[in-house]
Structures are given as structure tokens and as C-alpha cells.
Design a binder for this molecule. Structure first.
Ligand SMILES: [Zn+2]
Length: 423
């Protein structure tokens, strides 16, 4: 086939970023007549400096179909190949853990079993394989069975069955990534402030300087800052820690995001999907000072930094068990859709407001297609025992160094259980 435009789609961090780097620095120079488009972010100077004349970086893109329209071939893993194949484009599958190659009758089974290369035991591959495969395509030796592609991806039925089918693959990925950890520290924070607030009753803040030290300390101890989205996308961290911030306060944008950029650390922020809400009305009703929530633009900027997973905290910060079935379903399902539309990305985790949920809520979260339901001080100690009841460790202001170490030690929850303490 005539190959003039090739797109790679992924994110430019972690193992996916390594693949992009190989394409930019080793593959593109071999095919000077082909234009390569690298779709994804965040774009660092390191990537910019390696670009040849035939490579373009687009950053994060909202409309992937536009990319499909402009290219002859797509390279990617996870959901990218499925979408490209539905679009009728030839695909080379290469993911974080395996090189699958051109998708055809022979490779489709392994492609599906490994989520197009993302979920598998790590299998080393040589960039020469990709170069050889592209050469075979250019010379006409490799022909893609495009007429069969619709059938290959029929299982997925992206529009409606996709979440359930992908769920099976994803569950396997998540389980493989996390089951070996008896306890993963998932920390709960709320506001991030330069100064202690006046008249706060609930202590739902941390000082930026203190958080700065805590992040530095975790880095020093070799922790990897991951998000639930990373895990759902196939990340396999060796020593994970997950920092979460509830409610989506504006101070997270002002004070947390700069810290994340400074340390290149990642976090999860749980935002409310009723975008008309501007403050913490639920706490103000109990006498807590007003705190502004992030605007759409601020939320989007956090998301696009590549350092913040935006999760859902429901529409309006309600006690879900008090709602009717329909109302509870709306809070959980509609909030996912609203945030996904705003961000142009999938929302994979839901944090129960007040950590308040029962079996019904956990089931609704699963039904809505989230991979993780995140609680506060309930749920099993081992995360993979129940992904709809992820237990977190509550953080308070002015935590001593030894207390912080204890809370992130990897045995804290077991210790609390022995002591019959909540957290
Ligand atoms: Zn909350």
C-alpha cells in the first residue's frame, strides 16, 4: 500500500512514552518519505529536541476521528486500535508489554488477549521489528485484511457493549498490576493552602509546604505516583502510591498543580460534575468557611497536564444511600458522562461523597463502567479484594514525619486493624 502518513496515538509518559521516543528517534529517520504524527501528551522539551522533519507532535487531541481521517495507518494499543479498525484503518499494535505487529488473521487473537499489547507479561521487543513491518507494508508484501476488521472488532461494539467487554481485559490488567500488593497507600486529601484557613472546623486541608515535603519524601523512598487511570490503562508500578484530593477545590489548581509539575508527581482529583456549583455548599451549611471549586477551564488544565486524573465525586456531593435508586444512579452515571464530555477522556474512578455507600452504590458504580469505587475508611485492606470499595488513608494538616512514614509504610492499615482504629 502507499504509506504516506502514519499516526501513533498514546500518552507521552511511562512505557508508552518510550514507544513514542523509539518511533521519533529510530523509526521515522528510516522512512523519510513518510510523515509521522505523534498524538498525545504531555509534550516535553526532550521530545521536541529529537523531532526530524517528518515528525509532528500534536499534544492531546479531542477528536481522534480527525486523526484517523488524515492518516493511512495507526500504531497504538488499548482502545486506539479498536477505534482505528472500526474506522477501517490498518493497525500495527504495540503496547506497553508486547509488540503484536500488523493486525491480521494471525495476530488478532493475541492482540485481543493482550489488549493490543498493553496487558501481558513484559515481553522485550526490538524496534527493528517495527521497521521491518513498516518496510513490508511499503513494499506491498504485507496486506491488511481490512474487510475483516469490522468482524475483528465486532466483539467490542464500542458504542455500547465496549465498556463491558473491555472490562474483562481491564480487570485482568488491574488485577495483574495490583494483586501482589497487600496494602497500597491511597491517601485522601482535600484542600491545599498556602496558609491555614480561618475558622475551619473540619481540617480538610494540607499546607502546600507540608505537601511539598511529603511528595519529596515519597519520591526519595522510591514510590511511583500513579493514578487509577494509569492502572486501568495497564501501568505496572513496582512501588505505587496514590494521592487523591476530594471535591475539586480551586486551591488544587492554584497550589497543588505547581507542586505536581515541580516533582513530576501524579494525583487523582475527585470533582463534582454539576458544573454550576461554585463552592463547598455542603460544608458551608455546617459552618465551614467558603471554598471555591475549580472552573471548567481549571479542571481541563489539570487534566491536560497529564499529571492529574479527574475522577467523579458525583453531581452534587450528596449522601448517596439516602437517595432513591434513580437519583443515586444519576449521581453516579450522569456525573461520569458530564466529566467525560468536559475532559474528552474516560473517567475510571468514582469517590463516594463522605465515603458513604452501601451495596447498592457499589453495584451502581460497577454498572456505570467505572473501574474503581473509592471509599474513605471502609473496604478491604488489599485493594484487589474489592475494587468498588477501595480503602484510603485520611490525611490531616500538620502530620509529623514519623506519622507520615507510618501512614505510607505499607502496613498501616493492618496495624490500624489490629488496634481496631478507623485510620
Ligand atoms: Zn467530598
Amino acid at each position: 500500500m502507499v504509506l504516506t502518513r502514519v499516526a501513533w496515538i498514546g500518552r507521552l509518559t511511562g512505557p508508552k512514552g518510550d514507544i513514542a521516543e523509539k518511533i521519533i528517534s529510530q523509526v521515522a529517520p528510516v522512512f523519510s518519505e513518510v510523515q509521522f504524527t505523534i498524538v498525545g501528551g504531555p509534550i516535553s522539551d526532550e521530545y521536541q529536541s529529537k523531532l526530524g522533519d517528518n515528525v509532528t507532535l500534536t499534544g492531546f487531541v479531542k477528536d481522534v476521528n480527525e486523526i484517523f481521517k488524515q492518516n493511512d495507518l495507526v500504531i497504538g494499543a488499548g482502545r486506539v486500535p479498536v477505534e482505528a479498525m472500526r474506522f477501517g484503518l490498518p493497525v500495527i499494535a504495540v503496547g506497553e508489554n508486547r509488540y503484536v505487529g500488523p493486525v491480521n488473521e494471525e495476530t488478532i487473537a493475541i492482540a485481543k488477549a493482550t489488549n493490543f499489547g498493553d496487558c501481558d507479561r513484559l515481553t522485550a521487543w526490538d524496534v527493528q521489528q517495527l521497521i521491518d513491518d513498516l518496510s513490508a507494508i511499503v513494499s506491498g508484501e504485507t496486506i491488511f485484511p481490512l474487510e475483516q476488521y469490522a468482524e475483528f472488532v465486532d466483539d467490542y461494539r464500542l458504542d455500547h457493549v465496549y465498556p463491558q467487554v473491555m472490562d474483562v481485559y481491564r480487570q485482568a490488567c488491574i488485577d495483574a498490576a495490583l494483586r501482589r500488593f497487600r496494602e497500597i497507600p491511597v491517601l485522601t486529601y482535600h484542600r491545599v493552602l498556602q496558609q491555614a484557613p480561618q475558622g475551619s472546623k473540619f481540617n480538610v486541608y494540607v499546607a502546600a509546604a507540608e505537601l511539598d515535603q511529603q511528595i519529596a519524601n515519597l519520591k526519595q523512598r522510591g514510590f511511583e505516583f500513579v493514578t487509577f487511570k494509569d492502572i486501568a490503562d495497564g501501568a505496572r508500578p513496582k512501588k505505587p502510591v496514590i494521592l487523591t484530593f476530594d471535591d475539586g477545590y480551586e486551591d488544587n489548581y492554584l497550589n497543588l498543580l505547581p507542586l505536581l509539575k515541580k516533582h513530576q508527581a501524579k494525583t487523582v482529583v475527585y470533582a463534582l460534575a454539576d458544573r454550576s456549583l461554585i463552592n463547598n455548599h455542603w460544608d458551608m451549611a455546617k459552618g465551614e468557611p467558603e471554598a471555591a471549586l475549580m472552573s471548567d477551564a481549571q479542571l481541563l488544565e489539570c487534566h491536560q497536564s497529564g499529571l492529574v486524573e479527574i475522577g467523579s465525586h458525583g453531581l452534587r456531593h450528596q449522601h448517596l444511600p439516602e437517595l432513591t435508586d434513580d437519583e443515586a444512579r444519576q449521581e453516579i452515571t450522569d456525573s461520569k458522562q458530564v466529566l467525560e464530555t468536559l475532559l474528552g477522556d474516560e473517567v475510571v474512578s468514582f469517590a463516594y461523597p463522605y465515603g458513604d455507600y452501601e451495596d447498592r452504590e457499589a453495584e451502581l458504580v460497577r454498572e456505570a463502567g467505572y473501574c474503581f469505587g473509592v471509599a474513605t475508611v471502609s473496604g478491604p485492606i488489599k485493594m484487589t479484594d474489592d475494587l468498588m470499595r477501595v480503602r484510603r488513608i485520611t490525611m490531616f494538616p500538620n502530620t509529623s514525619k514519623s506519622k507520615f512514614w507510618k501512614k505510607t509504610s505499607g502496613w498501616y492499615l493492618r496495624y490500624c486493624k489490629l488496634k481496631k482504629k478507623d485510620f
